[in-house]
Design a protein around this ligand. Structure first.
Ligand SMILES: [Zn+2]
Ligand SMILES: [Zn+2]
Ligand SMILES: [Zn+2]
Length: 137
């Protein structure tokens, strides 16, 4: 075994070039790419969630975590949004926040306009749980 020689080889793998990163070299470029995206996401490419309520103060100061945006929508705007990992539990007949014009995608938290997109989110193809017309009183 020529361990020294092997460790000097630059072709040993794709090393993360971020200073201080302890990640072991990746076998494939795609893996390194994913590492960059997951671990070293530059600020600009971070997910941003702008509140889409026109009068909301967070309209111009976006959330960077979906969880926070979701909490905001739920707590501040009283939207019926399922908590993380839980199915949406909306009582359609009782909820006073169900609008006919749009609904909130539970996955990507975007508004989906019923008129143009119906009941499937154009972004992630998540279908809205539809109110059961038969059981409404
Ligand atoms: Zn790294
Ligand atoms: Zn808001
Ligand atoms: Zn979606």
């Amino acid at each position: 075994m020529y361990e020294d020689e092997a460790s000097l080889k630059p072709s040993d793998g794709y090393c993360c070039l971020v200073p201080g990163c302890k990640a072991v070299p990746f076998k494939r470029n795609a893996d390194l790419d994913r590492h960059y995206k997951n671990i070293h996401r530059p600020a600009e490419s971070k997910e941003t969630y702008y509140c889409d309520y026109s009068k909301c103060s967070r309209r111009n100061s976006p959330f960077h975590r979906r969880d926070h945006f979701r909490d905001h929508l739920r707590d501040y705007h009283k939207e019926s949004i399922a908590k993380r990992g839980k199915p949406i539990q909306t009582n359609w007949s009782e909820s006073n926040n169900v609008r006919k014009e749009w609904w909130r995608c539970t996955r990507c938290l975007k508004r989906v306009m019923v008129a143009s997109n119906g009941f499937e989110c154009p972004g992630c193809k998540t279908a809205r749980a539809q109110p059961d017309a038969k059981s409404s009183k």
